[in-house]
Design a protein around this ligand. Structure first.
Ligand SMILES: Cc1ncc(COP(=O)(O)O)c(C=O)c1O
Length: 479
């Protein structure tokens, strides 16, 4: 090992330097210091050719003024769009008045007001709020609180198949992905149940009295935008009550209005014991997560002078600027009637996609979702090929998953300046989570662009894309 050097005065890049970096240099930095593997994927999709200068509303802009319509929405983090003027103003006011940020020693008016707002929005006695900096942290807090309440002997966690709850160790332990779980050591008190199957959960509960916690996404995001069958969550709620089990609903992605209600569970007339939020809670500007729990649970676990530190917040949990951003985000959501816009525009988009599915049944297998959390599932690649070729390619279907989405995503960006996303587990699914401010006209622009790409006769281009994938050696992993 070479002897390390510790420079007295390291030559650092300044903020101004950062603003001036061109695409080539940024690429170099990303590949060298951040994430060479991810860069390959960005390259394949052509996303590496764009350097964003700024963003506003529904659009990203590069330095030349090219606008890119955002139907990706930061995996659901941009309910209000980019740089909403009220969010900017709230943050500016905070800074200009030198408001205090880290106030672990004092009461915080900002954390207090945010917690009150969340408790007001949440139903029933879901009104104790734990603030943190990410979705994973909120999930960790939820699992720990539930475990503390249930105690040893009733602390096994049942989680859904194809779940995604985050990548910190506890959250990862209940994330059903062999790719993400890899060879990491995980918590052992857990068991996987088929998502959407209440009888299967009941059977587990009958046979394993140690199960004391159920955690589910109200709508699964990473799995490919999976809305559970009607009545499933209500049945899960009843089972949890019958077997003395705590129900955690993870709304990190589907919460904060994404489905046209503040909480996605409102569609199901179900109230969990604990709910997690993050992403859009930060108004597109702040890293914030929240766990909201029923008061009696929180009080029994952490309600005293002796126990509060066990569940206490972390250094950045509830810091001032983050909290005022979230307070303003919640107000904007209601003042601008964005839940209503989400419901109307979501239906409009879904109807348009259903029409495209009818037009291209060989390509589009299903469109589904709720509000503005929508997935377009494409058929396996062999299905889109002429009959004679289908058989030959069918064996490659699994390895080529993602090709159609990748090809269409690339063409949407390159030819139509539209950004979309994909889902982690089912790579045949294109994920649409545009900001809730989206207009009818912007949806029309998206639908026309998709139509014209599908119309091109995708066969040749998909094959080309699949070959590029194979050449770049980034075929999706075998699961
Ligand atoms: C449902 C769900 N839970 C938890 C997380 C983890 O959130 P974060 O990436 O902020 O840690 C995510 C992130 O995508 C998510 O979709």
């Amino acid at each position: 090992m070479p002897i390390p050097t510790y420079p007295e005065a390291p030559r650092l890049l300044t903020v101004d330097d950062a603003y001036q970096l061109g695409l080539a240099k940024v690429t170099d930095l990303f590949r060298t210091y951040l994430n060479p593997g991810q860069y390959q994927i960005l390259q394949l999709l052509g996303f590496n050719e764009v350097l964003i200068d700024h963003a506003e509303g529904m659009y990203y802009f590069d330095a030349s003024g090219r606008g890119i319509l955002d139907f990706f929405g930061g995996f659901g983090s941009l309910a209000l769009g980019h740089n909403h003027p009220r969010i900017l103003a709230a943050r500016k006011h905070f800074e200009e008045h030198k408001r205090h940020d880290i106030a672990l020693s004092f009461m915080s008016q900002y954390a207090g007001a945010l917690a009150k707002n969340l408790a007001t929005i949440a139903p029933g006695d879901l009104d104790m709020v734990y603030l943190c900096s990410s979705g994973s942290e909120a999930v960790e807090a939820a699992l720990k609180l539930a475990e503390k309440v249930q105690g040893p002997g009733k602390n096994t966690i049942a989680y859904g198949s194809q779940s995604f709850h985050g990548k910190t160790r506890g959250a990862l332990s209940v994330t059903d992905s062999s790719l993400y779980q890899s060879t990491f050591s995980l918590i052992s008190n857990r068991t996987c149940v088929p998502f959407g199957d209440a009888p299967a959960l009941e059977e587990k509960l009958q046979h394993d009295a140690t199960i004391g916690i159920v955690i589910l996404e109200t709508i699964q995001g990473g799995a490919g935008i999976i809305v559970p069958p009607e009545g499933y969550l209500l049945e899960v709620r009843k089972l949890c009550d019958r077997y003395n089990v705590l129900l955690i609903l993870d709304e990190v992605q589907c919460g904060v209005g994404r489905t046209g209600r503040f909480f996605a569970f409102e569609h199901e007339q179900v109230t969990p014991d604990i709910v997690t939020l993050a992403k859009s809670l930060g108004g597109g500007k702040a890293a914030i997560g929240a766990m909201i729990s029923r008061r009696p649970l929180f009080m029994s676990a952490y309600g005293t002078q002796k126990t509060f530190l066990t569940g206490g917040t972390s250094t950045f949990g509830g810091i001032g600027e983050t909290c005022i951003t979230a307070i303003e985000a919640l107000n904007v959501l209601y003042d601008e009637n964005l839940l209503e816009n989400c419901r109307v525009m979501g239906q409009y988009l879904l109807t348009g996609l259903e029409a495209l599915q009818k037009k291209y049944p060989v390509l589009i297998k299903e469109v589904r979702g709720r509000g503005l959390m929508i997935g377009i599932e494409f058929h396996n690649i062999s299905k889109s090929l002429p009959l004679g070729l289908r058989h030959m390619v069918a064996t490659l279907d699994h390895r080529l998953k993602g090709s159609i989405c990748g090809f269409i995503g690339k063409a949407l960006l390159k030819d139509f300046n539209i950004l979309v996303a994909f889902t982690e587990y089912n790579r045949n699914v294109m994920r649409l989570e545009p900001p809730l401010i989206v207009t009818r006209q912007q949806i029309d622009t998206f639908l026309q662009a998709l139509d014209s790409i599908l119309h091109r006769g995708v066969f040749n281009m998909i094959t080309k894309f699949a070959l590029t994938m194979a050449k770049t050696k980034i075929l999706p992993p075998r699961s």
